[in-house]
Design a protein around this ligand. Structure first.
Ligand SMILES: Cc1cc2nc3c(=O)[nH]c(=O)nc-3n(C[C@H](O)[C@H](O)[C@H](O)COP(=O)(O)OP(=O)(O)OC[C@H]3O[C@@H](n4cnc5c(N)ncnc54)[C@H](O)[C@@H]3O)c2cc1C
Length: 436
């Protein structure tokens, strides 16, 4: 029997260091809301500390130049790092760079590794991933961006949007249709495109619920891009042509676990604020801590966070032990369940703070706006529910005789036959069956 919820002392010490770093350095830096250049300057010495501690890019194994030791350990780390909006950047695990590194690591050629992977790993460049189009999101088989062979190379034409960090990125991983006649899942290819290549136009940082008036080229802006006759060399292709969908799925599996653990950290931070508020806010004769509704919010939030946390840690453990593909059901479950827990806990914390919660004097309102996106990106809730349900349903078949497996009269009859030798006295047997 091996079933152990404890954390080894070495990891515990590492997590304690990360907790202190996030509380004393990342959360204060986050409060400054610096523009990207000033942020990079302020972040540099903190990143050096993380690197010196051997915790940089922990989502990548040492074989790829990272310091990670598996998804489970990373999940525990991300829970703490994710408490702060800037935490992932300070630890080299911020999306979309983290997922792009995971995609480049196994697929980059030696030349791509030198030119793109290593600078991204080091943190000296930024990247973006451009998959979604105005006409194709949840269903990527509808993509229309085209990648056509031209001489020895390729030409890219299309229109993408919501590519996070594209206006800051040095290069983009673009998913485009290279073989429109192939099976829908084998049509697309991933290409690496320099952002300053001729024909690449990052048209705008899209105003959104996260930021209705985005400052240009700010971290975590989502961008609209057109590609017009972009000439690409043959070696712009990452991995094999036609394997783009499968590769993006590979990228998204572990990335969803990273997101979910960061959400646990965010949800716990919101619950901490809710509990603090309950202790001092006085209304109608008692503090909020004495109101049963607020007690319910606290207890429900704690239970939901614990459930989402265990589900996510289990998914991380499954990825480590059986791989992302076999862990698809676990990953789908945490993606929609974690997003709901995140949203609901922050919502309760906003409510408990009243007008202060609604104001921008607390981080809760920004957390709430960002939490809303979690139900959409990396696949909307409904698609993950559908995938999970389909995978679960694979374990079921219709009953051959059309009678449900649990149909009690049928089961009683079968039980009577099974236990006939014990129930030899006919009257006793009938009594037993009647009492079932
Ligand atoms: C904050 C944020 C960051 C993002 N970053 C990136 C990025 O870096 N790169 C990138 O390429 N994209 C990015 N996206 C885009 C994201 O991946 C898409 O929004 C997502 O895939 C959904 O696509 P869509 O928006 O086109 O919605 P649609 O495909 O139009 O779906 C709309 C809604 O339809 C419903 N729906 C769709 N399919 C089904 C189904 N099978 N069953 C039931 N209901 C269904 C769902 O309710 C869904 O929310 C980002 C999005 C957000 C919000």
């Amino acid at each position: 029997m091996s079933w152990d919820f404890s954390t080894d002392p070495e990891t515990e010490a590492e997590l304690a260091w990360i907790r202190d770093f996030i509380d004393t350095k990342a959360i204060p830096l986050e409060a400054l809301e610096l523009p990207v250049r000033e942020f990079d300057r302020a972040a540099a010495p903190l990143i050096d500390e993380v690197k010196a501690r051997g915790l940089w890019a922990a989502h990548l194994g040492p074989e790829h130049g990272g310091t990670g030791r598996g998804q489970l350990r990373l999940a525990l780390m991300n829970e703490i790092v994710g408490r702060s909006r800037v935490g992932p950047t300070l630890f080299g695990t911020a999306p979309p760079d983290s997922g792009n590194l995971e995609l480049l690591a196994p697929h980059a050629t030696p030349a791509q590794r030198t030119r793109y992977f290593l600078p991204l790993l080091e943190g000296s460049v930024r990247s973006s991933v451009a998959m979604t189009e105005p006409g194709a999101g949840a269903d990527p088989t509808l993509l229309s961006t085209r990648l056509e062979r031209h001489g020895n190379g390729w030409v890219l034409n299309g229109h993408k949007w919501f590519a996070t960090n594209a206006s800051l990125a040095d290069f983009l991983l673009v998913l485009a249709v290279s073989d429109p006649d192939a099976h829908p899942k084998h049509r697309a290819t991933v290409v690496i495109v320099d952002r300053d290549a001729l024909g690449v136009d990052v048209r705008r940082d899209i105003p959104s619920m996260e930021d209705p008036e985005p400052r240009p080229a700010q971290i975590e802006n989502h961008c609209e891009i057109t590609f017009t006759d972009v000439a690409l060399p043959a070696d712009a292709v990452l991995g094999e042509p036609g394997r783009g969908f499968a590769m993006m799925q590979e990228r998204l599996g572990p990335a969803r676990v990273h997101h979910c653990m960061r959400w646990i950290g965010q949800a716990q931070r919101a619950l901490d604020m809710l509990c603090e508020r309950a202790t001092y806010r006085y209304s109608h004769g008692s503090t909020l801590a004495d109101k049963q509704t607020v007690q319910n919010w606290i207890a429900d939030s704690a239970a939901e966070i614990a459930a989402a946390r265990l589900l996510t840690l289990h998914a991380a453990w499954r990825i480590d032990t059986v791989g992302s593909k076999a862990a698809r059901e676990d990953i789908a479950l945490i993606k929609f369940y974690g997003a709901k827990v995140l949203h609901d806990v922050i919502d309760r914390a906003v409510q408990a703070h009243g007008s202060l919660g609604f104001s921008a004097d607390l981080p809760l309102e920004a957390m709430y706006r960002r939490a809303r996106a979690a139900r959409i990106y990396d696949g909307p809730d409904e698609v993950h529910r559908q995938s999970a349900a389909r995978l679960i349903l694979r374990g079921f078949t219709p009953p051959a005789d059309g009678i449900p497996a649990e149909h009690l009269p049928t089961r009683r009859q079968a039980a009577r036959e099974q236990f006939a030798h014990l129930l030899s006295d006919r009257k006793v047997a009938d009594d037993v069956i009647r009492s079932l």
